[in-house]
Design a protein around this ligand. Structure first.
Ligand code: ARG
Length: 459
């Protein structure tokens, strides 16, 4: 019995420092379930093609099942001297079933083994993220439905622009999160090819059936090139890219919640469940959860950067550098999962202040565009001229300290004599929003159509 799985050629144990830098069991134990599934499928295939005997195959399957139980019971001995998850499982298998364990690694290498395990982990992470995104979309949809008519200011440059509804604003995020989910789905489909059977890099001289293992493990097909199979990590880069884009969307919504919950805005309130107090300032209600969601993008984008830098310039095929793929990927998806679930909690929790939002929707001359549009439609004015007249009206209203809707008709007629009193009908925020009936516009009717479309898509 050698010191390690590869001890045959070595006479001296690795230096302690060598082990310290090499060991990965501390983090790749998270691949245990995938490793066992891969080994079961591999052993079954080896038996089916006659590479190992039914007796050895049965012993191996029994041992793998026992290991699975040990892991479920939390008693599996994860040992640093066996370096990584693959050798920990194999070493334990040998303890449990004896020499037959040594046949499991026929026609396999840790290179295709880790490529398989990690790909399966990332595949599952993509599926989980897509599912969590749908939960978030559902929470946003429920709020949007309740507030399809609730007015609020729409901003550009964070300056009041045109009135919109809160439902419309939330549906913008439902669209973003929908694209995020579809990015995860695309990445998942593209990565769904099985690298097992590539062995070290060149393939195997044994009559292995890669199609069989691929389908047993839920893949669409085996990977087509053995070198690519063990060298590729773009599936993880792609998943991390999707995660990073999703995290930027989360951080934008989180930022809006931070702004909306300030007393100055006062647009929404988070319940005590999602607010924290201050140890010194008794009046405080801090939106810590939103702030932390806003910050998670740092880790996630950091992970994408880290793995990109690890992979760039690596020659074909496997290099140990690639062991550094796991920690950032695990961390990124842990962070994303927390961000998505916390945001889902906040989305369901928040209560908008309709009065404040409606009042804000009408301030800042937010219906100036409606005034200009009235001049175009009713007086057939060129839009540029209408824009000019309206600018003068805003200037006058500002000087008088009133809103556009409170400007006396005579003041408007002084700027454009053909203006009639019915112009005031378009100057309220509700009329402004209701008028925007174009497909995808903020008119409550259009917002409800968006909501219905998404409800159907998500059901
Ligand atoms: N622990 C290794 C990793 O995560 C497994 C593959 C090791 N392969 C090798 N040729 N040393 O990448």
């Amino acid at each position: 019995e050698g010191q390690s799985m590869w001890g045959g050629r070595f006479s001296v144990k690795p230096a302690e420092l060598m082990q310290a830098i090499n060991v990965s069991i501390g983090f790749d134990k998270r691949l245990a379930a995938q490793d066992l599934a891969g080994s079961k499928a591999h052993a079954a295939m080896l038996e089916a093609v006659g590479v190992i005997s039914p007796a050895d195959a049965a012993a191996i399957q029994g041992g793998l099942a026992a290991i699975e139980r040990e892991m479920a019971d939390g008693v599996f001995p994860f040992r640093e001297e066996f370096e990584d998850i693959h050798m920990n499982v194999e070493a334990r298998l040998r303890e449990l079933i004896g020499p037959a364990a040594g046949r499991l690694h026929t026609a396999r290498s840790r290179n295709d083994q880790v490529a398989l395990d990690f790909r399966m982990w990332v595949r599952e992470a993509c599926e989980r993220s897509a599912g969590q995104l749908q939960a978030l979309q559902r929470a946003l949809l429920a709020q949007a439905e309740a507030h399809a008519d609730t007015l609020m200011p729409g901003f550009t440059h964070l300056q009041p622009a045109q009135p919109v509804t809160f439902g419309h604003h939330l549906m913008a995020y439902v669209e973003m999160f929908g694209r995020d989910a579809s990015r995860f789905a695309d990445a998942r489909d593209r990565m769904n090819e099985c690298p097992l059977g590539a062995a070290a890099l060149a393939g195997s001289p044994f009559p292995i059936d890669r199609h069989r293992t691929a389908s047993a493990l839920g893949f669409d097909r085996p990977t087509a090139n053995s070198m690519d199979s063990v060298a590729a990590r773009d599936f993880a880069l792609e998943a991390l890219s999707a995660a990073a884009i999703c995290a930027t969307h989360l951080s934008r919504l989180a930022e809006e919640i931070v702004i909306w919950t300030t007393p100055q805005f006062g647009f929404v309130r988070l319940s005590d469940a999602f607010s924290t107090g201050s140890s010194i300032m008794p009046q405080k209600r801090n939106p810590d959860a939103a702030e932390l969601v806003r910050a998670k993008v740092g880790r996630i984008l950091g992970a994408l950067t880290a793995l990109s830098v690890v992979m760039k310039g690596l020659p074909m095929t496997y290099s140990k550098d690639m062991q550094e793929d796991k920690v950032p990927t695990f961390e990124a998806f842990d962070a994303l999962e927390l961000g998505l679930t916390a945001m889902t909690g906040m989305a369901a929790d928040l209560t908008p202040n309709r009065e404040r939002m409606a009042a804000a929707a009408g301030s800042g001359f937010s219906t100036a565009t409606d005034l200009a549009d009235w001049l175009v439609r009713r007086l057939n004015m060129p839009f540029r001229d209408a824009h000019h007249v309206t600018g003068a009206a805003v200037k006058r209203a500002e000087a008088l300290g009133v809103d556009l809707s409170q400007l006396p008709l005579a003041e408007l007629q002084a700027l454009e004599p053909r203006v009639t009193a019915d112009i005031f009908e378009v100057l309220t925020p509700a009329a402004s929003a209701a008028s925007r009936m174009s497909y995808g516009g903020t008119a409550p009717e259009q917002v409800r159509a968006q909501i219905k479309r998404w409800k159907d898509l998500l059901s």
